[in-house]
Write a protein that binds this ligand. Sequence first.
Ligand code: AMP
Length: 221
Amino acid sequence: MRKINLVLLGAPGSGKGTQAKILSEYYGIENISLGDILRQEASHNTALGKSVKKYMNEGVLVPDEIIKEVIASKIDKTGFILDGFPRNINQATILQKILEESGSSLDKVIYLEVNQDTAVRRLSGRRVCKNCGALYHVVTMAPKQTNICDRCASELVVREDDKETTVRKRWEVFMNETHSLIDYYRKQDKLLDIDGNQDKDEVFERIKETFNTHKYNNKVV
Ligand code: AMP
C-alpha cells in the first residue's frame, strides 16, 4: 500500500492553500505548495527568488522551464499534495513524466470550484505569515493577536499579489491557462469536483465524503 498522490486545482481564492494544509495533516502526506516555495525564495533574495519575483508580483505564471527544475527537486517520495502545480497542460505532462520515472502516478485531482465574489472576499481579507506561511483571514480566520501569527509570532502581511488589479490578472491567467486542466483530468477520470464556496471545515467534509465514495478512506491507497 502506498500513500495517496493528490493535486489541488482551483482559481485564486478557491481555498487551495487552506485545504492543502488540512489534507496534508489529515492524510499524513507532504504538502508541496509551489507558491509558498517561490515566495520563500523571493523573500530570501536567492537567485531563484530574484528570477521569479517579477512574474509573481504581476500575477502571471513563472516560465515552465524554471518551474520544472523546482518541482523535480521537490517530488522525491510518494504521498503528496500539490498545491499550485500543474497550472497548464505542459506542466501536467512534466508531472506525469516525473511520476512515471519514479514508478508512481497521480491518484486524484481535487477541483475546488468557487465563484468570483467569494474568491475576491477571501483574497481581500487574506493575511499570510511572513515566516511560516500560515494563512489567516481578517474576518473568518482571524489570528488571536492582530497581525501576529498564532504559530510562530511573526508578522502577518498582505501578499503583494492579493492587490485588486493583480487578483484580476490572476483570474484571467487561471481562465486562459489553467482552466483547461479541468477537462484534461476529467477525461482521465481523476477529477473530483468540490464546491469550494463553503467555509473551510465544510469544504474539507465534502472532500472526505468524496474520498469515501471513491474508497480512499483508509488514508492510503
Ligand atoms: P499561488 O500561491 O499558488 O497563488 O502562486 C502565486 C504565484 O506564484 C502565481 O501567481 C505564479 O506567479 C507563481 N506560481 C505558483 N505556482 C506556479 C506554477 N505551477 N507555474 C507557474 N507559476 C507559478
